[in-house]
Design a protein around this ligand. Structure first.
Ligand code: URP
Ligand code: ZN
Ligand code: ZN
Length: 478
């Protein structure tokens, strides 16, 4: 298939220019001055498909580097399959995901990884890679880390939270970071002090404070700041690069900024929910008559939504501008209210943690361009180029240039997107965490490796189009 995307403004992380983009097969082959011929050939007459992008932005396909399809968690399983989740991703302009394969204490890393390949293989509508969760650090899992790079898995996640589930102690973290330093792996950290949070949560529950709001109170920002600092110090000690996932506390950003100012290879990701949503408005919500004071369960995730009065959301936007935070991923971990979030009615501790956003990340971040929070170029950098560089995909992904995969989104700044169930909602969830959000822009066309997945408001892709991404080592270290 040959495609000419004509007359659009091609936006990269470093600039924008009006250009035509020529795609042949799965790759971009040329970025040309508008109306160019190629060796005398009128391109528009020579290609199979012409896409008029006049007045629109032409950007590299989004890369969501933090998703959890079909994750068994909180006594249930995340409701998007690799098929439904990646179709939703495509609708929203995301053409690659990196999901988390899971190993738990007592299990073999190889088995966890094989299980994740089995879930994803043949089912994805967009390209997919894996990080490896090491939920049980022991001699066997440390040894197994040595095989990950050959598998194309160059990053792994540990948890300072969730005692009894994925939790790692400081000595375990130290050992894993030493191994990661040796292998060149990126350590991804869920930085919250789980044991302290569990005590606070129990005390709140025993005091009759059982609604979703208290999930946010129990998971105090002090315990995110403390864990972030501890992770940074362990990374410093071991000289291992560190990537802190789902940062939500302004004090955690301050810790990252201080470490980066010292020259440490420390990075931070935030998520749309921490930019827009809050403890007061969402976790404390009671407006949905079906759910009453349990409505906040829709937004129970960890790290939690934080107080707007305390300024955390503004600090996340600021961190994105100053590059103290480098990326925006979704931490897509959807659960329905019915039968899933409901498990925690009467006890916020039993609400499965997670929010579904994979479909809306590009739009929600673009709204930050509209409101002046970030530049157009920074939008591309945060959602595509840096994820590619951070996780060893750059060159093929994250850029529109000859030789790159033709993963391209045509985005219409004059378009409009109304988010919500029955409007733009392809995720396997019975509600939207983003119900009622209005976006001054629209994902018009989505192309993945030269195949048009979305155009004219219709999905043309298929489960099985998405290929496994064997990733290289991070390309982002200072
Ligand atoms: O609430 C969340 N974040 N659920 C997914 C698991 C994790 O910690 O990333
Ligand atoms: Zn986490
Ligand atoms: Zn996560």
């Amino acid at each position: 298939m040959t495609i000419l995307i004509k007359g659009g403004t091609v936006v990269s992380s470093t600039g924008r220019t009006v250009a035509d983009v020529l795609v042949d097969g799965e790759s971009v082959v040329a970025v040309l001055a508008p109306g160019s011929t190629l060796l005398g050939h009128d391109l528009a007459a020579s290609v199979e498909t012409v896409i008029d992008a006049t007045g629109k932005y032409v950007i590299p396909g989004g890369i969501d580097a933090h998703t959890h399809m079909q994750l068994p968690f909180g006594g249930t399983e995340a409701s998007d399959t690799f098929e439904t989740g990646t179709i939703a991703a495509a609708w929203g302009g995301t053409t690659s995901i990196i999901d988390f394969a899971v190993q738990k204490a007592g299990e073999r890393v190889e088995d966890g990884l094989a299980a994740w390949h089995d879930k994803a293989r043949g089912n994805c509508a967009v390209d997919y890679g894996f990080h490896q969760i090491i939920g049980g650090v022991d001699e066997q899992s440390l040894k197994a880390m040595e095989t990950l790079v050959d598998e194309g898995i160059t990053s792994y996640k540990m948890f300072m939270a969730y005692p009894g589930v994925f939790y790692a102690t400081d000595d375990q973290i130290l050992r894993a970071m030493q191994k990661a330093r040796e292998l060149g792996l990126m350590t991804m950290m869920h930085a919250e002090n789980g044991p302290v949070i569990d005590v606070l949560a129990e005390q709140l529950y025993n005091a009759g404070k059982t609604t979703p709001y208290f999930h946010g109170i129990a998971r105090a920002w002090q315990m995110e700041e403390e864990a972030t600092h501890r992770a940074i110090m362990l990374a410093h000690l071991t000289d291992a690069p560190l990537y802190v996932v789902h940062v939500s506390a302004k004090q955690a950003v301050e810790q990252l900024a201080a470490a980066r100012d010292r020259g440490q290879n420390v990075f931070g990701e935030t998520c749309p929910q921490y930019l827009y949503l809050s403890l007061e408005e969402q976790l404390g919500a009671t407006g949905d008559p079906t759910w009453g004071d349990f409505e906040g369960a829709k937004w129970v995730c960890s790290t939690p939504l934080r107080s707007r009065a305390e300024g955390h959301q503004d600090a996340m936007w600021q961190g994105l501008r100053t590059n103290d935070l480098q990326m925006v991923s979704t931490d897509h971990c959807p659960f329905c209210m019915k039968d899933q979030k409901e498990l925690g009615r009467g006890d916020f501790r039993a609400i499965p943690n997670g929010i579904g956003s994979i479909e809306h990340r590009m739009d929600l971040l673009y709204q930050g361009v509209v409101t002046g929070q970030i530049s157009l170029e920074r939008w591309v950098e945060l959602t595509s180029t840096t994820p590619a560089r951070m996780f060893g995909l750059y060159g093929k992904k994250g850029v529109i240039a000859p030789g790159a995969d033709a993963d391209i989104v045509v985005y219409d700044p004059a378009g409009h997107t109304s988010i919500g169930v029955g409007k733009t909602h392809h995720m396997a969830m019975d509600h939207s965490a983003w119900e009622g959000y209005e976006i001054d822009g629209h994902v018009d066309v989505v192309i993945s490796r030269g195949s048009v997945l979305v155009s004219d408001g219709a999905f043309h892709g298929r489960a099985g189009h998405g290929q496994y991404l064997k990733r290289g080592l991070t390309q982002y270290l200072v």
